[in-house]
Design a protein around this ligand. Sequence first.
Ligand code: SF4
Length: 792
Amino acid sequence: MAESTKQIKTEPGARQPSTEAQPPVESASPEINSISKTAGGVTAALTAARVAFSEMGVVRGTRTLLQLNQKQGVDCPGCAWPEPDGERSHFEFCEEGAKHVADEATYRRITPEFFAKWSVSELSQKSDLWLNRQGRITHPMVRLEGSDHYEAIHWPDAFALISRELNSLNSPDEAIFYTSGRTSNEAAFLYQLFVRQFGTNNLPDCSNMCHESSGTGMKEAIGYGKGTVTLEDFDLCDAIFVIGQNPGTNHPRMLTTLLHAKRRGCKIVHINPLPETGLARFKHPQEFWTWLGEGTKLADLFVQVRINGDVALLKGMVKRVLDAEDHRPGQVLDHEFIRSYTTGFDEFRSALTKVHFGDILEQSGVSQAQIEDAARIFIESERVIFCWAMGLTQHKNAVANIQEIVNLMLLRGQLGKPGAGLCPVRGHSNVQGDRTMGIWERPTAEFLNRLSEEFDFEPPRRDGYDTVHAIQAMHDGNAKLFFALGGNFLSATPDTEYTAEALRRCHLTVHVSTKLNRAHLITGKQALILPCLGRTEVDVQSSGPQFVSTENSMAVVETSQGKLEPASEHLLSEPAIVAGVAKATLDSRTTMDWDALISNYDLIRNHIEHVVPGFENYNERVRKPDRFYLPNPIRNREFKTRDGRAHFTVHPLPQIPLQSDQFLMMTMRSHDQFNTTIYGLDDRYRGIRNGRRVVFLNPEDIKLAGFHDGQMVDLISHFESEERIARRFTIVPYSIPRRCAATYFPEANVLVPVRYFADKSHTPASKSVVISIRPAADTGFHHQDTKSQRAS
Ligand code: SF4
């Protein structure tokens, strides 16, 4: 280690906590098999059935799956890919969707007796998979100061405890109110109202960690931060570019959309550091007559870009588009669109002439021929859609990634015409809706004014903390109470040990949850788990059964209504929990009748209609079978920027220098995982079985570094003068560009520095972490035997 290097003691065993922030190292080595050639098919169908039936039973499982994503059914709690307008099949779900509902609707239960048996310290030594498998939490639970066990608490006492702690803070800004993307529109709207009436805008959310960069980049460039296309556009486009995204695992029903597009002759280009099976070949699981065949080849072109080589690649494509225009003046660029709707084109073109193609090739890691192939498909297609996900948004230069796509699309007027546009694909069912409802640490003055008018109070105007700054505030003692409406904050966030310490320093941590996760085990002095109804369950309030609503990736608002008996009679709905906390806390600071709002969610939607544009006649329109679309100004070529125009933007080629022994690492999901929820230890499409602590490396790099396949190594990340260590990962040779590495989160989150985030959007840069790799130190590390090290 260089003399000036500061070792951040982040590896398990380095500090003296009573509980473990990181999952234990698996005892067995993972099995490494060949990569799957085809996604979907009979395996996906059987896996969906097996998981659903084993957790829910055959009858209940079948009934629940048949309601999934149906009109007036249950909106899948998984990703935010939309369902088609018009007729739907009986099977509007994928393998992952089946896993999500089975996970929630499981028969397994965690009762107070479970918590009496297991101490928090003991639970923290269990794997994330084990924790999740224990089932649904049945009672509100409290961990009192000094105790190593959770014990049952009555709801009024839980609300009183939260109220006491909130009201004893020096300032409302000492409380953090986090939201996960499962929260419904109704719960999210009430929550932000309560938080603002309490007096703060500290409303970080999971969007801060995923598509914040998309929203920031698009808003700045085109005045609109959401996707500009609908599913219908996928029926009309000539080319679809899927960049920095693995739909086969993360948005599986998108493969059906791609399949239909492909069958009618649409070209598909996949740009990603790893080839992903879903985009190679796909068999629709419900087209059983295709099960025996080899599936449909989806991607016409796979461009294996280096990690964070996207800006370079996109600039290369832009250069080729401009070259083509030089050869065929007036036939390639959409001059009319550029003239009428954009600004900054001349500066953009002139800046690009200074970028050398040699640098583009080196930084993208892509051959000139492939860049030309991608550019040719783009130029020859009248209507193009660009889709992307976290592969673009979790870099220091993530906003530039998004804006380079916008630049390319503006050149040929690919916004505001049928069959063309931008499609940031959201990973959690209502992450987009929550933001629309006002879950944002930087609300606009317009939104706050309307809130003030509707509820007759003066909301706070100071910006609140986003996720990374909330963690730092808790760590530095500037925030003392953490409240999470859903999610697994500890495992979703970067810098695991730092974040754990931040949570431990709080006076109170509160989690509204359905199942046990690691965030419940790393607590403040006191902690509460408030168990809530799941999406699949009946929500009965005093006026009768209620439904909630969500907004998907394409700004369609629709209902979700559970039909199953709740997992326990002690559960409350998320809106009821928010109302309970608000009533107990706010006293004269609110004039709201919170009980009335909870008695009938139509009343909440009435308020939303008055505050949030686009929700006119909310109660009436959301009940219609065809749901409703929120306004999308880009479809009419209305660019709500300062000057009413779309902006070409100029960005330098990103530079992340690597020393000779260093790699650029990205974190990603396995196929048996949804966000931080671990369903199993396999990553079927990538050929990994029974293990998650793996590092995917290029075979040449493995050889050159003197490692061998299957070797156990430690990963060390380097940021400024700090080092962080993640122990005992198994090397997997894989098709990945040279000097790149890939690992799963949350295991590798410990390597991502909390202060390393995207410019402007502050999204953690989990996809471009500089690491070095060394043979595993023989610490014999696993949680059960590291107590002595930890104590020293
Ligand atoms: S594609 Fe997404 S929303 Fe649809 S069933 Fe699968 S996980 Fe659920």
